[in-house]
Design a binder for this molecule. Structure first.
Ligand code: GLY
Length: 357
């Protein structure tokens, strides 16, 4: 499938602020002091990690936020609930927030999913800014305006597309991250490289994937995709490479009390997608080999049993991106040439999962 990109007015308004000579936080400060934010009150949503590790830098560099109120929410997926969202709406009302108020999400993907959701609902939609503090959020979760909470243990079931006015990626925050979090983010970086770059597999073997220029490349690529297709009608689906398998793996192992993080599950899911790409789309087998070698250098590969395969398949059957009862996945014809909506049958899923070693 050939993708044509065209600008879309809604996502056009997101400003991507990154590091260059001037720190990203300093640029954000300039932006928030501008005319568009005159008289605005700012409310920072954060968790205890970003409170301890990131808020001091933000407050010292972004003078516009020195008077901001902040709301601390539980760490991780725990915060993505309707109850927490309702508490934040209540707190905003109590503080006198109005339609000119701005929410600033300081944290990883869970914080920006929640804070964006709260911004989308408050007074039918107020502006928000994301300051991602994890690699995963910098290259993926904080960009693109997908906001959501979880309902009845099911991830991201209630949400809105609501674009942030700015995403401020300041790589200084990465030095505060545990190694395991960085590895998780690396999987989303690898995904973006495979989608965007004919030399993706050389890049995997080369420089560190959390390098500033790599992060900037991934963030700009994602924003360009979102501008072209903000509501995931077609092109944006490419960003789900590895996620059909990945979500199944993540959900199944969580049920089994052997949790696997989202990033790692996506890393394993990409191997499965590349494995099927070789047979179904003619991806060069050396690409699969190179990715497999790289993956093994990053993470331990879990042993997947027949029972696991059936459990994972159960989740994959109910993936929200499926259509007409078929499991649909993004596969790769070549680095930089993704193909969306490829139907994969259940035996192909079993085969790919059982060969993941
Ligand atoms: N994380 C995939 C997307 O934002 O579309």
């Amino acid at each position: 499938m050939h993708f044509k990109t065209s600008d879309n007015i809604e996502a056009m308004s997101t400003k991507l602020i990154g590091n260059s000579r001037v720190s990203a936080l300093a640029k954000l400060d300039r932006m928030l002091q501008g005319k568009a934010f005159r008289g605005a009150r700012f409310f920072i949503v954060l968790d205890e990690n970003s409170y301890a590790c990131c808020l001091p830098q933000v407050i010292s560099r972004v003078t516009a936020l020195q008077e901001a109120e902040f709301f601390e929410v539980p760490v991780g997926e725990e915060c993505k609930s309707l109850e927490v969202a309702a508490q934040l709406w209540g707190a905003l009302l109590e503080s006198g927030a109005d339609r000119n108020s701005v929410i600033v999400n300081l944290g990883g993907g869970a914080v920006s999913d929640l804070g964006g959701f709260v911004a989308a609902g408050f007074k039918r939609g107020i502006r928000y800014v994301n300051i991602p503090t994890t690699l995963t959020a910098m290259v993926d979760a904080a960009i693109g305006g997908k906001t959501a909470v979880n309902v009845e243990n099911a991830k991201n079931q209630v949400g809105f597309f609501h674009q942030p006015v700015a995403v401020c990626c300041d790589e200084q925050f990465l030095s505060t991250l545990p190694q395991a979090e960085l590895v998780d983010g690396t999987m989303e970086v690898a995904k973006t490289l495979m989608l965007s770059d004919p030399d993706a597999f050389d890049m995997l073997d080369g420089r560190p994937l959390a390098a500033p220029e790599v992060i900037a490349h991934c963030a700009h690529f994602k924003l360009a995709v979102v501008k072209s297709d903000p509501h995931e009608a077609s092109l944006r689906k490419i960003l789900n490479l590895g996620h059909t398998f990945g979500h199944g793996i993540e959900s199944w192992f969580r049920d089994c009390q052997r949790p696997i993080s989202h990033g790692r599950a996506v890393g394993y899911g990409m191997w499965c997608a590349l494995y099927l790409s070789v047979g179904k789309l003619g991806l060069a087998p050396t690409m699969l080999e190179r990715y497999g070698q790289w993956l093994k250098g990053q993470v331990v590969i879990p042993r997947i049993t027949l029972k696991d395969t059936e459990g994972i398949l159960g989740y994959m059957r109910s993936d929200k991106k499926n259509a007409d009862g078929e499991i649909l996945a993004v596969l790769l014809q070549a680095p930089g040439v993704p193909v969306i909506d490829v139907s994969i049958d259940e035996n192909e899923v079993r085969d790919a999962l059982l060969r993941l070693k």
